[in-house]
Design a protein around this ligand. Structure first.
Ligand code: SF4
Length: 64
């Protein structure tokens, strides 16, 4: 799995961080998403897929 972000579109809603806190974080100053692990281990994959699916701005792209 490889994750990329289009952070310019991020609306700082934070759902990704709630679902996969080991993979996503938010910048302190404005809440924009930060990618902690672009190639997370298998036990994180379901959470990452869910985060990508529910992101309201379609910021998270996942290549399997
Ligand atoms: S869920 Fe999407 S819009 Fe919300 S903080 Fe994460 S990447 Fe940004």
């Amino acid at each position: 799995m490889n994750i990329t972000l289009d952070a310019d579109k991020c609306c700082a809603a934070g759902q990704c961080v709630l679902i996969a806190p080991e993979v996503f974080d938010q910048r302190d100053e404005d809440g924009i998403v930060v990618l902690l692990d672009a190639a997370p281990p298998a036990d994180q994959h379901d959470a990452v897929r869910e985060a990508a699916a529910i992101c309201p701005a379609a910021v998270i792209k996942v290549d399997e």
